[in-house]
Unconditional design. Structure first.
Length: 674
């Protein structure tokens, strides 16, 4: 007996289940609530921390940008630059800019005149070169200091310094979860681009001082961000923090390691961000605050879009810390809480069951008494119990009830036996009467239908036969009068003969359907295979019109009792219907096999096609007189007459059809008795 059956059959089992039910149900629900809400709260704390980390990183990044712009602006307003310009020596100005580049810790410095043409450069940019219509340069020549992020092409970097172009070049590393891309190398550079106007002593605009700091492979930048946000001991449980600067979706400066080992020295420069993060941050412009897969592990991550001087999203600033230690601590904490709840449930359940034992024992005695009565011990009773509480009194009343029930049961058993006998006899009578009533109703409906059709058919046949006889007589007379001259209209006269014969056949079929007893055929033993062969010969012209393949399976051993011509008529009708159901070609299959039906030996002939099939709504009506589904306007008598002919000899016609897959008509006939 399994646990479910024991629960349904034992009062003790139910009580044992009910006692700890509040503990077993309520406490797990509380645990589930704690797990769900506690887990969500814990996750929110992690997201809150990464949000604050991103704010610190963004603030430091802004300070670096502002520092570059402030240094360029102070140098543009300095007396040292004014003296270098006043000297009128281009080489002296170039030396000054080179020295200033080292002091300001930038990657290039240019001085351009008021037209935007380079007059001197700390690097390879020649005098007379134009910087183009850049936003920072245009702003400086308009008298405003500005500092922005700009993307420099490889050609621009080469023009300034080949070393800068080499530092900016980053081979792209295939990265898990990244968006598909054909790029193999990132050659552009992300530059903090600053410019400030330069005036002479009279306040006239002389030009602009332009400087920039290349962020590609600027490891000091990301390491300093990491030291500010994640100093030693800032993250518990062995987690560690990372910071990254992206150009588009490629890491150009990062302290994320390429391998999971923290001691690995190779940084993941050239790896790409996941496609999901890229779509969120770079495509939609949103800030990502969630867990994300970073190169080789999951991190609690924050990604913020970076925009250039024209407001285009050109990259991302990222900070994040390893999620695995926090996830492990969360899981251990939840496991500890669940463990405490389980221990509490077990202890509470044991105490509850011990307290409920006083109820179990009397109930078990009553259960044993019931089992004994069910096994045939009618005199079994609970007996005296030590308990005097409600359960004890219930047991006493239970014994009294059993005594009364035993007396009443004996009486009811006698009454029940008499009632069963009467009900069984009455049921048999009602079933027999109902069967006779149904048979009579079907016979009456059929007779009324045939009588109405017969009366209508006889009148129609009489009215049609008279004009048909006149037509036929006049046709023969016309041939005699015309003599040889009738040869010119022989085709038309033959067509009239053919149509007159067709009218006679239709009238004969109507009479045969309406008055089947007036057209009986001679019943004889018939081999199904031979009749199938004859039918195929007679319909070969119909088959030849379409691309129809014919298949035969003849395994019937018994001969059937029917008029051969009438069976041939039935098979021709079914075969022609099957051919018409396959206007685009198909397979026509004719089978014959022995089949016993209702205990009577016989054979079945099946006509199967692969045509359009019969709609389910029409399958119950196809044997009704004058019902047809043919688009060319059939008479609707073929299947009705076929069923009448087969039923006359004790046979049946069944149909199985599925729209679009074809139909199978099965003609069963009883075997001929020798």
């Amino acid at each position: 007996m399994n646990l479910l059956e024991r629960f349904h059959s034992s009062v003790r089992a139910k009580l044992l289940a009910i006692v700890p039910l509040p503990l077993v149900v309520v406490l797990p629900v509380l645990v589930g609530i704690l797990v769900v809400f506690g887990g969500n709260a814990y996750d929110k704390l992690l997201i809150y921390k990464i949000r604050s980390d991103l704010a610190v990183a963004d603030g430091y990044f802004d300070r670096v940008k502002d520092g570059v712009g402030r240094n360029v602006g102070m140098l543009a307003a300095s007396s040292r630059l004014a003296r270098a310009l006043a000297g009128g020596r281009p080489d002296a100005l170039t030396d000054f800019l080179r020295a200033a580049k080292q002091n300001l810790r930038v990657d290039f410095l240019h001085f351009v005149d008021s037209r935007g043409v380079v007059q001197a450069s700390s690097d390879r940019l020649p005098s007379g070169a134009g910087l183009g219509p850049g936003t920072v340069v245009s702003a400086a020549l308009a008298g405003r200091e500005s500092t922005v992020l700009d993307i420099f092409s490889a050609d621009q970097l080469v023009a300034i310094d080949t070393e800068l172009a080499a530092r900016a070049r980053v081979p792209i590393v295939a990265t898990r979860n990244a968006a598909p891309s054909q790029r193999v190398e990132e050659q552009r550079g992300m530059v903090i681009h600053a410019a400030a106007p330069v005036y002479d002593e009279q306040g006239r605009l002389l030009g602009a001082l332009v400087g920039g700091l290349l962020l590609n492979r600027n490891l000091d930048f990301v390491d300093h961000i990491n030291e500010i946000i994640y100093p030693d001991g800032a993250l518990p449980f062995g987690s560690h923090g990372t910071a990254t600067l992206f150009l588009d979706d490629v890491r150009i400066a990062t302290n994320v390691r390429l391998f999971q080992d923290e001691r690995a020295q190779e940084r993941a420069i050239g790896t790409r961000v996941s496609a999901t993060v890229r779509d969120t941050v770079l495509t939609r412009g949103d800030t990502w605050l969630d867990r994300a897969f970073v190169v080789n592990d999951w991190y609690v991550s924050a990604y913020q879009p970076l925009v250039d001087s024209e407001g285009r999203r050109i990259g991302m600033l990222y900070v994040g810390y390893l999620e695995a230690p926090f996830r492990a601590i969360k899981q251990w904490a939840l496991a500890g809480v669940i463990g405490l709840f389980v221990v509490a449930i077990l202890l509470a359940t044991l105490l509850s069951l011990r307290a409920a034992r006083a109820i179990f024992r009397p109930i078990e005695r009553m259960d044993q008494a019931i089992d004994a009565i069910e096994s045939g011990q009618a005199d079994a009773r609970v007996g005296q119990l030590a308990s005097r509480d409600e359960i004890g009194r219930l047991a006493g009343h239970f014994d009294q009830l059993l005594d009364r029930l035993q007396r009443q049961n004996d009486e009811l058993r006698r009454w029940g036996a008499d009632l069963d006998t009467k009900v069984a006899a009455r049921t048999r009578d009602l079933e027999e009467a109902n069967r006779h009533l149904q048979d009579a109703h079907r016979q009456l409906a059929l007779r009324e239908k045939l009588a109405a059709i017969g009366e209508l058919t006889a009148g129609v046949a009489h009215e049609i036969n008279n004009p048909v006889a006149v037509i036929q007589g006049n046709l023969d007379l016309a041939r005699e009068i015309l003599g040889p001259a009738a040869a010119a209209a022989a085709g038309e006269l033959a067509l009239i003969d053919e149509q007159v014969q067709r009218i006679n056949q239709i009238v004969t079929r109507l009479l045969q359907f309406a008055r089947p007893t007036e057209y009986p055929g001679y019943a004889e033993p018939v081999a199904p295979a031979a009749v199938i062969t004859d039918a195929l010969v007679l319909v070969r012209h119909e088959i030849s019109r379409c691309t129809i393949a014919v298949a035969r399976e003849d395994t019937a051993c018994a001969e059937v009792r029917i008029n051969r011509n009438e069976l041939l008529q039935v098979l021709i009708n079914l075969t022609v219907n099957a051919i018409h159901a396959m206007p685009d070609g198909g397979t026509l299959t004719l089978r014959s096999r022995s089949l016993e039906k209702h205990g009577q030996a016989g054979a079945v002939i099946e006509v199967a096609d692969t045509g359009v099939g019969i709609p389910r709504a029409d399958q119950d009506r196809i044997f009704d007189a004058f019902f047809t589904t043919k688009a060319n306007g059939g008479t609707g008598l073929g299947l009705s007459i076929s069923l009448t002919l087969v039923a006359r000899y004790g046979g049946t016609i069944d149909v199985a059809s599925e729209p679009g897959k074809g139909s199978v008509f099965s003609v069963w006939l009883p075997a001929a008795q020798r």
